[in-house]
Design a protein around this ligand. Sequence first.
Ligand SMILES: C[S@@+](CC[C@H](N)C(=O)[O-])C[C@H]1O[C@@H](n2cnc3c(N)ncnc32)[C@H](O)[C@@H]1O
Length: 450
Amino acid sequence: MKLNEKFTVTIEDLTHEGEGVAKVDGFPLFIPNALPGDEMVVMVTRVRKNFGLASKQQLINPSPNRVNPLCELFNQCGGCQTMSLNYPTQLIFKEKRVSDSLKRIGKIDTVVKPVLGMKEPWHYRNKAQFPIGLSHHKLSIGFYRQGSHDIIDTRKCHIQHSIMENVVKILRDFLEKEHISIYNETTNTGLVRHLVTKVGFATGEVMVILVINGKHLPKSHLLVEALQQVNGLVSVVLNENTKRTNVIMGKENQVIFGKAYLTDRLHHLDFQISPHAFFQVNPAQTEVLYDKVLEMASLTGSETVMDLYCGIGTISLFLAQKARKVIGIESVEPAVEDARANAHLNHISNVEFMAGPAENWMPQLAQSGIQPEVIVVDPPRKGCDEVVLLAMIQMNPDRIVYVSCNPATLARDLRILEDGGYQTLEVQPVDLFPHTSHVETVVLMSRAEK
Ligand SMILES: C[S@@+](CC[C@H](N)C(=O)[O-])C[C@H]1O[C@@H](n2cnc3c(N)ncnc32)[C@H](O)[C@@H]1O
């Protein structure tokens, strides 16, 4: 295959980044903005050893599953890669991705259940992170353009809670009117770099975090005054990030209005969430996910349960209501403080939270002889450190429930657990991220019969 060579192809699959996959004599080509079922002419733009990249030249026959994307920024913004594929077909491809990863990476050939999707897959996100910059000397608050750091000025987003639009408008007016300097990531100069908003879907509480390249925001009282128009505003925080980095938030927070956290509710439990703490971004589907975790844990009330990578203790507190004792482990200190406060808030006392990396705690705990009946893990995208998996195996629980947002690391880790004597019994994907290529999966494993 040569550069600039053209082929007529039919797209067969989607990559985890939402690119279409077509094969030419068995050689895979990845094509942006192409959907399964599309017949198109493509031109090869890069050739690697095992795959190539190509660009769409002409769409001959569109896939019957194509729909008009609701968003006018679709194809520009890097956020919703699959919005032009109808929702039921998005779910089918997510199921296939989980199944393919388990087979290819984990060598696990098992039934993957159909993805649990949303009835109304719009405006589901409770958290937005908008970069702020100057684009052609004009203030831009929005999302990064696909594959670049160019900011697309965004007035409307169909997957965010709509309250965000008002917050962005107020901030824009303030920055323009008061001539506040805007961050330039090339020179690491200028002040205002990111807006992060969080909203509690059940409580209506709103937190606004402004990330600045410094300690002081001129005329911040005017911003706070203007933000009071936002229904449910409970917290405004300045976050200091002076580093030349892609990491959005720095360590230091200054609360300039209201509380240092917002509160939301999942089912009947209340949770305080501080600026640095993780909280699932799709609360409606989080309830579906957590119900599945509880069902798989099948607790009777007598068990000791561990909840690794527990965040603010959400899963731990649901488990604690059905177990004898729950031990949660989490590396982000403020999240652990939230978790302890959340136990108190919900009058739950049979739970203990440990602060620090799971890979530090788990070998020690395994060595101490602790034997939980059930272990739940919900790691970040990179999955579990191998020492965590080995310590889990050493603890010899009856059941392991693995919650994952990355099918590739899930498959890798399940292989290690299977080699350690566990078998995969149930694989249930849940769609926490409609119109994107991300998928969440919850897996039940049990100790294999010897
Ligand atoms: C996907 S979130 C899950 C949180 C929680 N289970 C929930 O549903 O909200 C992963 C969590 O793991 C934490 N984390 C990341 N690396 C960690 C590590 N090495 N040890 C312990 N926790 C870690 C993150 O701070 C985050 O809270």
